[in-house]
Design a protein around this ligand. Structure first.
Ligand code: FES
Length: 98
């Protein structure tokens, strides 16, 4: 379980994960918001469907691929949240990774 080290003065934003509402802080990446909210997983492996979570948090491992605002294969660790953003879990990479 992840938690913030101290009270954070940043403004709260609301995002939607697979239809459920989550609160994040302005400037968080989507991956950080997911981990801080305690979601069980951010996606699944294409073979076997095992849960996957962000690993490197710096754009290297691609374990954080999610559909963000209708665009699949976005690296959740590199995209910052914004109010009203819609995020969906995905299973592996969908189509060619850009
Ligand atoms: S967590 Fe490794 S690329 Fe996003």
């Amino acid at each position: 379980m992840f938690r913030r080290l101290r009270d954070d003065p940043r403004a709260a934003v609301t995002i939607e994960l697979d239809g459920e509402t989550l609160t994040a802080l302005e400037g968080d990446t989507v991956a950080a918001a997911m981990l801080t909210a305690g979601v069980g997983h951010t996606g699944a492996t294409p073979v076997g469907g095992k849960a996957r979570l962000p690993y490197c948090m710096m754009g290297v491992c691609f374990d954080c691929l999610m559909e963000i605002d209708g665009v699949p294969n976005r690296q959740a660790c590199l995209v910052r949240v914004r109010d009203g953003m819609k995020v969906r879990r995905q299973s592996g990479a969908i189509g060619p990774v850009e």
